[in-house]
Design a protein around this ligand. Sequence first.
Ligand SMILES: [Zn+2]
Length: 179
Amino acid sequence: MINTQQNSFTPDDHRYMTMARQLAARSLRNEEVPVGALIVSDEGSIIGRGYNQIEKKQSQLGHAEIQAIHQATKKINGWRLDVHTLYVTLEPCMMCLGACLLSRIKRIVYGAPSNLFGISSSIDLMPPVYRSHTIIFQGLQQDECGDMLKHFFSKIRSKKETAREQECAIHQHHERKLT
Ligand SMILES: [Zn+2]
């Protein structure tokens, strides 16, 4: 089920999403797409942290949510996260949403929507056994989470453009030498 009401977020939700954004910043240090995730119990213990490490691990299992779930289940020595909330800066992909639902996560709270990989709007199409435990909340600190991603991709684009310009300059130089 998706809850779209912005006013349902508490000050604690904001605090945890801010921490998830700080985790996302760690991906940036490795020049990876900045996504961070945090798993918090109803009592407020943080039992899982993750940030995107696809390139570092050379595996799609490097998604922030998978990392956080892995750490959380190790911590409690159990797979069931039914009294826990996952905070993630970007809308989960199919794999991560599947892992969340199978882990019986109580709430998923995400920041920025993902037009490419986001799947949360399709949750109602899944078999009931998958979605009976989980409520998805969208758009917490959406702008802040989205700005990190936009900034990252615009930096990549300008790097590529600079590389292209340098390549052109080298070609022109060689051509001038030949003529
Ligand atoms: Zn994912």
